[in-house]
Design a protein around this ligand. Structure first.
Ligand SMILES: Nc1ncnc2c1ncn2[C@@H]1O[C@H](COP(=O)(O)OP(=O)(O)OP(=O)(O)O)[C@@H](O)[C@H]1O
Ligand SMILES: [Mg+2]
Length: 409
């Protein structure tokens, strides 16, 4: 199968680099995936170009071997606290009264909504997402093309990121011998793999608990209202255990994976765990481990709650919260989330229609799989009839290009 028929998603995470390959076409089929430990990333930010480049090369090579295809560009996830968002609004008058709205008007109103956003020179816009059109006084119109109106407005969700930090990610991908098809804010990609359309319509918070950051995406009325990240996640839990038990990070990680629990009450009093130390073997109660873990997990969700409070959003969203990412594998993390956030919580794994399911259903691969879904949706949208119901529009310059292409075709 030629590589042009396939899509590569690249999630350069704090603990691992994941490469996922899927097919283009009416349905996404996942052909291959690989995940290798990353060492050059701290909280979503590249701190070692050579190390990250090696991890990217290794992950992509393994995924390509599994998929039996070679690709020369990737849809690359961008994450970290430097990714931020704001909601904007644009409005245009339609030249003649009661005229039919065309794609040209959609293009103009999107441009108007973005032009009012001032972006400092050290930041770059990575998405302008249409959240819904307002046709005269009618809100939440998904596709205004063909309707008659005097005024057309749009609510737009704009995602920006640090230019330098993006450049560093692009450099690693470039040095690994790949082009960047597009940069994608990771929470948006993850949402594609994990959330249902019903949840997004109802209103839901996606919480991707990674190694270095906990990525958030809040959906309301079917569209994204907020994307962001909390600078605390699974590695903080590991670190706390290392300090509390006086052991190394790799030892603490192992204990967390095997014995960690985010609810002290779920752990019987008497259970003791052997702690490896240099000279003597000690043991510690599993309850003590759970106390350390629970305290940090509570703290992470408190920060999530504070972020929602800062937004002034109505809490909780009717669809509750969906946890994913490797950190969501921690025993009882959902119970603690429910307690702290005060809402319904479910664990989310990436949907995989076909492919090597056992690998792909891991929540740690939600972003990688989501990048393929995202890439598929965007590529199909650009090939199909113009439709502003496309949920996420890429950077405006590119919106202009592809909208124009579609018009002239
Ligand atoms: N079974 C498990 N129990 C508890 N924690 C787990 C388990 N499996 C993985 N984790 C934790 O998940 C975290 C890694 O998750 P993930 O792979 O989603 O992160 P990442 O994408 O590399 O990081 P980030 O998204 O922050 O850049 C680590 O802290 C790891 O300890
Ligand atoms: Mg991640």
């Amino acid at each position: 199968m030629p590589g042009t028929q396939s899509l590569l998603g690249l999630d350069i995470g704090t603990t691992k680099v994941a490469a996922v390959i899927g097919t283009r076409g009416p349905e996404v089929r996942i052909l291959g995936a690989a995940s290798v430990p990353s060492s050059g990333i701290r909280r979503g930010t590249v701190v070692d170009v050579a190390g990250t480049t090696r991890a990217v090369q290794e992950a992509v090579t393994k995924a390509q071997r599994m998929a039996g295809v070679e690709l020369n560009s990737a849809w690359v996830g961008v994450t970290g606290q430097h990714v931020s968002c704001l909601n904007s609004r644009g409005e245009v008058q339609l030249a003649r009264a009661n005229r039919e709205i065309t794609w040209n008007d959609v293009e103009r109103v999107m441009a108007a909504s973005v032009s009012v956003v001032s972006i400092p020179p050290d930041r770059q816009m990575i998405h302008a997402v249409s959240r819904g059109f307002i046709v005269d006084d009618e809100p939440r119109v998904a596709n205004p093309v063909g309707l008659s109106a005097n005024r057309l407005a749009v609510e737009t969700h704009v995602v920006t990121a640090s230019r330098n930090l993006i450049d560093n990610v692009v450099r690693c991908v470039d040095q690994a011998g790949l082009g960047v098809a597009e940069l994608v804010a990771e929470p948006l990609a993850t949402a594609d793999a994990v959330l249902s359309k019903d949840e997004e319509d109802l209103g839901v918070l996606l919480v991707d608990i990674g190694g270095g950051t906990t990525d958030l995406a809040l959906f309301a009325e079917g569209s994204v209202a907020y994307t962001g990240a909390i600078p605390a996640a699974g590695s903080n839990v590991t670190h706390d255990l290392a300090v509390a038990l006086g052991i190394t990070h790799p030892q603490a990680e192992q204990i967390k994976l095997v014995h960690g629990c985010a609810q002290v009450d779920m752990v019987p009093d008497e259970q003791m765990i052997a702690i490896p130390r240099d000279e003597e073997d000690r043991s510690v109660s599993r309850r003590f481990i759970a106390e350390v873990v629970q305290a940090r997990v509570q703290e992470i969700f408190r920060l999530v709650g504070q972020e929602m409070q800062r937004l002034g959003t109505v809490w909780p969203p009717p669809g509750g919260a969906v946890l994913t990412g490797g950190g969501s594998l921690l025993t009882a993390v959902n119970a603690t989330a429910q307690e702290v956030l005060g809402c319904r919580v479910r664990l989310g794994r990436p949907r995989v229609a076909s492919g090597p399911v056992h690998v792909l259903e891991s929540p740690a691969l939600a972003t990688g799989v989501g990048l393929v879904y995202y890439a598929h949706r965007e590529s199909e949208a650009r090939r199909a009839e113009p439709s502003p119901s496309v949920r996420v529009m890429p950077v405006l310059a590119r919106v202009m290009t592809w909208v124009r292409d579609l018009f002239s075709s």
